[in-house]
Design a protein around this ligand. Structure first.
Ligand SMILES: Nc1ncnc2c1ncn2[C@@H]1O[C@H](COP(=O)(O)OP(=O)(O)OP(=O)(O)O)[C@@H](O)[C@H]1O
Length: 598
């Protein structure tokens, strides 16, 4: 019953359809009882000629015709009810899960990105696929068995009480025992089902990782930790499955035994009463039919109780995602007057240890500000906080004087374009991939953006131009092409702020040149925050902010900081001592963004 309540809660708009499906299943079960009643009625004149109280139409010469007709009606009725119930139940199941997945996706899209970064991707996709599918099968596949198991034994017990109260008591006892065993079975399954879901989610994550990183796995052959992890995940999935089955074996066989015990007792009672003459042959037949036919669905209930438990766990896992609060933000707010970024005494940590410890700086509108510092200093964290993946624990971040927390997420997304190594394209046409940047972009605007992003050669090569579908999310494109296409999207997006996070570090010389040219054009006149992992590329930034262990050590222009002899000068000194620094120092672009320097 708890399962049905949970299902109806999560079903939302599909609740009425599921309730109607339950009613049709009830009607189906009544139709199922009718043939039994007819067989009984047909035999009654023979079994109990003295006490028969049947109406004329059931005992007269036309009785076989009436009984035949009623049987036909019962079977047709049963088929019709089952059909209506299946239509409603399966339909509701598929609609409900489509809606549930859309709701989950909407919710995930609006959650702080930080929440997703902290969760295993495999676990989240397992909720979206596996858990939602466990709910999907309930209204169509499991509900009929559930209704049959809940109604037929009760009908049987009512009939038994009417014929022989003692028989009713025996069957009630057997039913109570079987239900107790089922409840124990559910309790035993509780932990096992949760472990099974967790193990499957973990396996899902490892498999996703494996498919994504298959080249690396192959290159490192079988000796990688990743494969060991996969083996562990496979073993955990196997063990959790076996655990569920083993916990299940005892109750699965105990419940039918309890029912068989009830039937045995009933048989003994029937023969005793028959001999004593206190039970008619008709009564005896009815009781036996009840015991054999109407209790059967209960024995089957054990088999699907594991699936019902799995559904309950699945609903809990779905609920857990839907319960993660969205970041508070007003529904509407006007755009900030300008794109000046200000960090004011920002404190932040992913866990207990602070990563940023009271960082304050201003990135002037229309100028390039670079964040530099040793690895782990907190540079990327600054970019993440600016995109409001998390909120600072103390202090505030403003754009144009407006606190990020007072801006709707959509506004922040409009204001900021991010160029990073992790580029995502979709298995859609080039046109649709570009339109992610601006949904209403015209053909001419798209071509201009591709030109600005140095993608003309790529466009010329694609067999169907803008309509070419990027198969497998653009896996066939080179790193540089992927990067440039991502830039084309940003040209269309036209956001006043651009964050550059290690945009070109893994490109070859030619691609790096093309991307640098495109970047120079993209950043012109915008507020640019460069998360600089390579010191020599930020010499021309209007302001360089130097971070050390999450603390701002100094800020100023390249020349001023070098002359000051502080942390930045030391970083340069260290760089100059590195082998090959001369080549880097003299050959690298002297200024990352010539056009954008304020
Ligand atoms: N999602 C996360 N959960 C927990 N700790 C994190 C997370 N992301 C980063 N950190 C930690 O926060 C600190 C700062 O990380 P951040 O990525 O901001 O540094 P960075 O200066 O950009 O380093 P790099 O130049 O190596 O990219 C590091 O100690 C890092 O391990």
């Amino acid at each position: 019953m708890k399962a049905i309540r949970q299902l109806l809660r999560v079903a939302g708009e599909e609740g009425p359809a599921i309730r109607r499906a339950i009613l049709w299943r009830l009607a189906e079960n009544l139709c199922l009882v009718l043939p039994m009643a007819m067989i009984f009625a047909a035999l009654l004149p023979v079994l109990d000629p003295a006490r028969q109280r049947l109406p004329e139409w059931l005992s007269g010469p036309l009785a076989p015709l009436w009984i035949g007709l009623l049987l036909l009606v019962a079977y047709l009725g049963q088929g019709f009810c089952a059909n209506r119930a299946a239509d409603l139940g399966y339909g509701a199941g598929y609609r409900l899960t489509a809606r549930l997945r859309a709701r989950l996706v909407d919710h995930l899209a609006r959650l702080p990105v930080g929440y997703l970064r902290g969760r295993d991707t495999g676990d989240v996709t397992a909720v979206l696929m596996q858990d939602v599918t466990a709910i999907e099968i309930m209204p169509g596949l499991l509900l009929p068995r559930f209704v049959a198991a809940a109604t037929l034994p009760l009908l049987g017990i009512a009939a038994a009480f009417a014929v022989e109260p003692m028989a009713g008591l025996v069957l009630s006892g057997a039913l109570a025992l079987a239900l107790l065993i089922l409840a124990a079975c559910q309790r035993m399954l509780r932990g096992a089902s949760e472990r099974r879901s967790a193990a499957m989610a973990k396996l899902n994550g490892r498999l996703l990782e494996f498919v994504r990183g298959i080249q690396v796995v192959r290159a490192f052959n079988l000796a990688t930790g990743r494969l060991r992890e996969m083996d562990a995940a496979l073993a955990a999935a196997r063990d959790s499955g076996r655990d569920i089955t083993m916990r299940f074996v005892v109750p699965a066989s105990a419940a039918p035994v309890a029912l068989a015990l009830g039937t045995g007792l009933l048989l003994a009672l029937v023969s005793e009463r028959l001999v004593a003459g206190s039970l008619s042959a008709a009564g005896a037949l009815l009781l036996l039919l009840v015991a054999v036919r109407l209790f059967a669905p209960l024995a089957e209930a054990v088999d699907f109780s594991a699936m019902v438990r799995q559904m309950e766990v699945a609903i809990d896992r779905v609920d857990a995602i839907l319960a993660v609060p969205l970041m508070a933000a007003p529904n509407d707010a006007s755009l900030p007057p300008d794109a000046t970024i200000r960090f004011e005494d920002v404190v932040f940590g992913y866990g207990a240890t602070p990563v940023l410890r009271g960082v304050s700086f201003t990135a002037e509108a229309g100028a390039v500000t670079a964040i530099v510092g040793a690895t782990g200093a907190g540079k990327t964290t600054i970019a993440r906080l600016l995109a409001r993946e998390w909120d600072p624990e103390a202090g505030r971040i403003t754009i144009g004087g407006v606190d990020l927390r007072d801006l709707p997420a959509a506004r922040i997304a409009e204001l900021i374009g991010v160029v990073s190594q992790s580029i995502v394209h979709f298995s859609l046409s080039l046109r649709d991939n570009l339109r992610i940047g601006r949904p209403d972009a015209t053909e001419a605007e798209m071509r201009d953006a591709l030109r600005a992003a140095r993608c003309e050669d790529l466009l010329a090569r694609l067999p169907e131009g803008l309509d070419t579908v990027l198969q497998n999310a653009g896996a066939a494109l080179s790193g540089g092409e992927r990067q440039r296409l991502a830039l084309a999207r940003l040209f269309l997006k036209d956001s006043p702020i651009v964050v550059l996070d290690e945009a070109t570090s893994s490109l070859d010389v030619e691609n790096e040149r093309l991307v640098q040219e495109a970047l120079a054009e993209l950043t012109r006149g915008r507020t640019v925050l460069v998360i600089a992992h390579r010191l020599w590329t930020v010499r021309g930034a209007a302001k360089i902010v130097v971070l050390e262990h999450g603390t701002l050590r100094e800020q100023g222009s390249h020349e001023a900081l070098r002359a000051g002899g502080g942390a930045y000068a030391q970083l340069w000194a260290a760089l100059r001592q590195a082998p090959g620094w001369r080549r880097i120092d003299s050959d690298a672009p002297p200024l990352l963004l010539p056009g954008a320097a304020g």
